[in-house]
Write a protein that binds this ligand. Structure first.
Ligand SMILES: [Mg+2]
Length: 306
């Protein structure tokens, strides 16, 4: 692996400085400046080799990319515009320097795509596996932060994209729904939002629990991703879509019952599907033509690669 100071010098060269970051990598700490009073969202996600990715089974660029992408997805779920990120890594001593550089390459490429300044962090080496912890910040727009707790009876429930089968590879390559979140929030009143990391059903339950409401989901309408094998039964495919996790799509509620069926600001346009309604009575139900109403339990992915 490269000398720590060489690595920091390389990262410093690569990092841009843009508002709100006044002083980024290279001093004892970063300096941020907000010209106007603003609310900020801060999120942290720590990813570990063997849990969130497997080093050696995926290109290092994609591993670095994912470590930042999951953080941007959380900012998107809050309706925030990403600004800066702080990257801390525990690097295995045995890793070749070139592969570590490739990991940072993937991370910086995504940062540039979303105009996120890598403003600092920490690099350490040890005899354990790779650990990457990123803290990301974003500005709340004039519409405010979108919380999990805002769902109201009568709201429609929507999801972006399609769900399931992410561990086939999409969990490393997904595009965080930042543009979609900002566009939606600008156009429509969003009551509650979450990004799907644990799984559609588990994350829906997070919204329902926090909001003190229930929901009815239309099983036939839930968008099933093409990554789920087409020769599975319809029921198996739906179960995978509802439980697989790591989709990093947005699940949200709004009083608007006729949203457009795609986000018009993304290229290619990201589908939006109305999958259900929020009810006053607590409880989560799946409606299907074949079996009527059945409880939709908190199925979910338990943070372990298959
Ligand atoms: Mg989240």
């Amino acid at each position: 692996m490269p000398d720590e100071f060489d690595l920091i010098a390389q990262l410093r060269q690569r990092a841009e400085t843009r508002a709100p970051v006044e002083i980024g990598i290279g001093d004892d700490a970063a300096v941020l400046h907000h010209p106007h009073p603003t609310r900020e969202v801060v999120t942290t996600d720590m990813l570990m080799d063997g849990v969130d990715f497997r080093w050696g089974e995926a290109p290092p660029e994609l591993i670095g990319r994912k470590c930042l992408a999951v953080n941007l997805s959380d900012l998107a779920a809050m309706g925030a515009r990403p600004t800066a990120a702080f990257v801390s890594v525990a690097l295995p001593r045995t890793f070749p320097g070139q592969q570590i550089e490739r990991m940072f390459q993937g991370l910086f490429d995504l940062a540039e795509e979303f105009e996120v300044v890598i403003a600092g962090g920490d690099t350490n080496s040890w005899d354990g596996p790779l650990v990457v912890s990123i803290t990301a910040m974003g500005d709340v727009t004039e519409h405010g932060a979108v919380l999990r707790s805002g769902a109201r009876p009568g709201d429609s429930i929507y999801v972006t994209g399609a769900c399931g089968g992410s561990l086939q590879g999409r969990h490393l390559t997904f595009t965080p729904r930042v543009r979609e979140a900002l566009w939606l929030q600008h156009q429509f009143p969003l009551h509650a939002m979450i990004d799907i990391s644990d799984g559609f059903a588990a994350d829906l339950h997070h919204i329902l629990d926090e909001s003190g409401v229930g929901a009815i989901i239309s099983g036939e309408i839930v968008p099933v991703h093409a990554d789920i094998p087409s020769d599975w039964s319809a029921e198996q495919r739906l179960t995978a879509a509802l439980s697989d996790g790591e989709d990093f799509e947005l699940l949200f509620t709004t009083p608007v019952s006729d949203l457009p069926n795609s986000c018009l600001n993304a290229h290619p346009q990201t589908p939006i599907t109305k999958v259900g309604v929020v009810t006053a009575e607590p409880g989560c139900w799946l409606r299907s033509e074949s079996s009527g109403l059945a409880p939709l339990p908190k199925l979910g992915w338990k943070h372990a690669l298959g």
